[in-house]
Design a protein around this ligand. Sequence first.
Ligand code: NI
Ligand code: MN
Length: 225
Amino acid sequence: MKITYLGHAAFLVEEGDFKAIIDPFITGNPLAKTDVNSIKGLTHIFVSHGHGDHLGDTVELAKANDALVISNAEICGYLSGKGLKTHAMHIGGRHKFDFGTVKFTPALHGSGISTDEGTVDGGNPCGFVIEIGGKKLYHAGDTGLTMDMKLLEEENIDVALLPIGGNYTMDIDDAVRAVDFIKPKVTIPMHYDTFPVIKADPEEFKAKNKASETVILAVNESYEF
Ligand code: NI
Ligand code: MN
């Protein structure tokens, strides 16, 4: 599995013919160095919750690539109303797709969708465990530290993508505690430095995290496992 960090909580995930983007916040993302029109061949789009910095360019990318959106039932209902192909799941649910298996995990956060007509209910925010060919990736979404993360230890996560920026999500110290709960082989920090209020030093996280290897990805850098 190859993952590429696009800035904030956006990652490309590639394995064979499977090419997915998680939380595709490209337009308006101060960290992004990708032209949204240059993202081709997407098969799937994962959306963890309804906030604009995660829903991002989902509608445009799904239409341009004819990609299947995987999200919670409320966000899928909203997006199918815009003509997108969706597969609705929800927290605790696991489903076997042709590319592998996806499980939805809880996140402690909000999920309202801001629209011109006001805020639309985006259901409960989620994270994902994506398993392809025996390799497991966990994208936490936006979340505070939760005891539920202890349950993820039994998932034998290879790579965990965890927010460290604070203010809206876990900060560095809580992300370190989350790694102790989850016990992934590798942790990649995300959701930091995008805006002044979530400024955080990933090297500080790396120094404090004794429970897994830490890989800090620069924007557009990839990691394979
Ligand atoms: Ni959020
Ligand atoms: Mn966010």
